[in-house]
Design a binder for this molecule. Structure first.
Ligand code: FMN
Length: 179
């Protein structure tokens, strides 16, 4: 399989992808992405997640109009909705989302976490409307077009601004050529 990245390289190069090639993603790859979600750690191993695969263009288009930060969702060949059931911590879902994102990236597939879905999106997906079911995101997945390939370094704060040694405010004296 193409684009086999190691973990560090995947973390370094991954970026939010909001444009996609129209090519379908084979179910075998979709399976691997979902497996990465399933195998994620969660508090007390509660595994509060459900994943809904969405390929229907009309549904993707309808969902894309139910958030103001993800109209590009309709352009993806497939999306995965992440729903948490009785989750104590939303961070459990975040672990699954990150794992799925990194495995997708390994196969040249990009995604982004889209937030701000109206409650109505749950209804479109057939998710129980009760408060114990939370729609965390609908993630679009698609092969990354040439124009979206990662270029340059990520815009991130340097470690020197966020790492402290022994106590808050005390710098860690380490210099790396990487920073
Ligand atoms: C919890 C979370 C919510 C996000 N929500 C959205 C969103 O609604 N729409 C969007 O286009 N990007 C969204 N993003 C993507 C971020 O804007 C993006 O990850 C960030 O700017 C860093 O860029 P990078 O992912 O390319 O490194 C979200 C990311 C996270 C982690």
């Amino acid at each position: 399989m193409a684009n086999c990245y190691d973990v560090e390289k995947a973390i370094r190069t991954r970026k939010a992808i909001r444009r996609f090639k129209p090519d379908p993603i084979p179910d075998e790859i979709l399976f691997r992405i979902l497996e990465a979600g399933r195998l994620s750690p969660s508090s007390k191993n509660s595994q509060p997640w459900h994943f809904i695969i969405i390929k229907d263009k009309a549904k993707l288009s309808e969902l894309s109009k139910m958030t103001y930060t993800g109209d590009f969702l309709s352009e993806a060949p497939v999306a995965i909705a992440v729903i948490l059931e009785n989750a104590k911590l939303e961070t459990d879902g975040a672990r699954a989302i990150q794992n799925m994102t990194l495995v997708a990236w390994k196969y040249g597939i990009g995604t982004v976490w889209i937030t701000n879905f109206w409650d109505k999106a749950k209804q479109v997906l057939g998710v129980p409307m009760t408060g114990n079911f939370k729609l965390l995101t609908v993630m679009p997945f698609g092969y990354v077009p040439e124009s979206e390939r990662p270029k340059g370094r990520k815009k991130r704060k340097p470690l020197s601004k966020i790492v402290h040694f022994e106590k808050f405010g005390s710098p860690w004296e380490f210099s790396s050529s990487r920073q």
